[in-house]
Design a protein around this ligand. Structure first.
Ligand SMILES: Cc1cc2nc3c(=O)[nH]c(=O)nc-3n(C[C@H](O)[C@H](O)[C@H](O)COP(=O)(O)OP(=O)(O)OC[C@H]3O[C@@H](n4cnc5c(N)ncnc54)[C@H](O)[C@@H]3O)c2cc1C
Length: 395
């Protein structure tokens, strides 16, 4: 091997950064993680993680804690209804292994609490309220010199930028890449979970879809996407009215009941969705970006968090392989480039499928919906299997 990788800096403590810090620390590396927020801020609402993501969290030693603190969707089932509440079809998400749920709902706060506890257990060094000010790589052998925003200096052998859509580290690697607004915005609201809601629910409307997902023993959340090309500011105190209005043609089923429930005190989020289109390489020298910083996607396939943890685990596995199979002619930066080429193929596939699902969902007429519902009855399960089959071909 041409140089040793002992000290690793991770920038950003989201899913990608926490996962990378844990994966490298489990390999025995000395890891420091910088997070610009003064404390880990937990956006309310929930997230769903499919079996392919949970399999990677298992490698980080947190699967059982996630299951204990989240909600395992009963029978891995997604129930589809029309906007008026009639059943269309039920589908099932595949399990990667018998002990790994097909889909888990969890509060984002709980997911992060579990990851932070694991980082503490491993003794990972945290610098909160801090970012990277300067980064200086002299050559491929000597440590990279950095200065933090708090004035501290340090040296590292590898830097992993996991600092999200507006990544500062990405600007260092390729300053031409900017987030692209997709025209989609997502409404999310948190509700008490009645005992009978134990599965993922999707209600398919005309040009709009609304989902419901249990995230704990007593909570669930509702999410719906709208096309908002003008992105006009909506006063927060009126969000419950806007959300109810956006989905007012959902007149039956669970969604109609939850829309009625919305009030000024409901925990609601309204988020504009941006994508990052960054062709490889994702690295410059021994600095690389992962997660949303490299490939933020629309959320229609619910795979963003999974792609983030998978980047992190696969990066650590690549490093492990590189260290165990020294090749005097291969530099780490070349391996990082190969890693980004491999991950780009998979993440672009997810981005493309997700965007096309969102776009076709947003442009349906009433007549299209009748055909759609008939087709769903025939093909929904095979489409799920095809998507996950294709994902497994990338690994
Ligand atoms: C509406 C919506 C719904 C979604 N639902 C799902 C879902 O159900 N399932 C799923 O798998 N995915 C979902 N996703 C996608 C998923 O949330 C993201 O892909 C995932 O959170 C990305 O994690 P990340 O760590 O790469 O980035 P982030 O979560 O953005 O984390 C980046 C971190 O870096 C920090 N940071 C930023 N700049 C700096 C800096 N300069 N220095 C130091 N720190 C910095 C930030 O404070 C933050 O903590 C959804 C996305 C959206 C928009």
């Amino acid at each position: 091997m041409t140089h040793q990788v002992d000290r690793i800096l991770v920038v950003g403590a989201g899913i990608a950064g926490c996962s990378a810090a844990i994966a490298f620390s489990q390999m025995g590396k000395k890891v420091t993680i910088l997070e610009k927020a003064k404390e880990i801020q937990f956006n309310s609402s929930g997230i769903f993680i499919y079996s392919n993501g949970l399999a990677h969290f298992k490698k980080l030693g947190v699967l059982s804690a996630l299951i204990a603190n989240g909600f395992e969707i009963e029978q891995d089932e997604n129930q589809y209804f029309t906007h008026t509440g009639e059943t269309i079809v039920n589908t099932h998400y595949p399990r990667m292994q018998p002990d790994i749920p097909g889909i888990l709902g969890i509060k984002r706060a709980e997911l992060h609490r579990v990851l932070v506890e694991r980082m503490q257990e491993l003794g990972i060094e945290f610098e909160m309220g801090t970012t990277l000010e300067t980064l200086h790589e002299i050559d491929s052998i000597q440590p990279i010199q950095v200065e933090y925003s708090n004035g501290k200096t340090a040296t590292f052998d590898l830097i992993v930028g996991a600092d999200g859509v507006r990544s500062h580290i990405r600007n260092f690697i390729n300053p031409e890449i900017e987030p692209t607004y997709t025209g989609f915005c997502v409404w999310r609201s948190v509700h008490q979970r009645p005992k009978h809601v134990t599965k993922k629910i999707m209600q398919m409307g005309v040009g709009k879809r609304v989902g419901i997902l249990p995230i704990s023993h007593d909570k669930m959340y509702m999410f719906g996407t709208v096309v908002d090309t003008d992105k006009v500011w909506k006063p927060k105190e009126q969000w419950h009215q806007y959300m109810r209005h956006e989905f007012s043609d959902f007149t039956g089923g669970e969604v109609a009941r939850l829309l009625e429930e919305l009030n000024p005190a409901t925990d609601i989020l309204y988020t504009a969705v941006e994508e990052i289109h960054m062709p490889p390489p994702w690295n410059k020298g021994r600095t690389i970006i992962i997660g949303d910083a490299a490939h933020a996607s629309t959320p229609f396939m619910g795979q963003g968090g999974t792609m983030a943890v998978q980047d992190a685990v696969e990066l650590s596995e690549m490093l492990q392989h590189f260290e165990n199979n020294p090749d005097a002619d291969t530099q780490l930066e070349q391996k990082l480039q190969e890693f980004s080429e491999k991950r780009y193929a998979m993440c672009k596939f997810v981005q493309d499928v997700s965007r096309s699902v969102g776009q076709s969902g947003a442009t349906e007429s009433l007549q299209d919906c009748q055909i759609r519902n008939a087709n769903m009855l025939k093909y929904s399960q095979s489409k799920v299997d095809e998507f996950y089959g294709k994902l497994s071909e990338f690994s």
